[in-house]
Design a protein around this ligand. Sequence first.
Ligand SMILES: [Fe+2]
Length: 135
Amino acid sequence: MEIISWRDEFSVGVAEMDQQHKKLLAMINRLISEQRALTDRKTIADLLTSMTAYADEHFRAEESLMAEYDYDRKTVHEVAHKAFIEKTRSFCSATKAGSNLLAEALLDYLGTWLVGHILKEDMQYKSFFKNKGLS
Ligand SMILES: [Fe+2]
């Protein structure tokens, strides 16, 4: 997995969400570079745990914004968030238990999921929030 650079097309038009997406992307990029540098497993497991905690925090912020404005696709969106958290939590446990799962496949999953989620599901709320006057 290559480091993912932020692109303008990732912007969902809500500054707070863009900032959180940038931070999440930076955390995933850090995992990619630490894995490449063959950093010890404990450090990697800690970074993975922090990234998961931050993703959870970000998802809750996104979902409460959706609740506040009564976004019609909120439930479907929450299912996607939940699936990601469950998957990353199982990666966390496996990594802590000593499995070397944090290899290409996992990093591919994290990077591909986040970019795909922003471009597909998150992008669906762009015009909705814009119409509500958010920026
Ligand atoms: Fe989302």
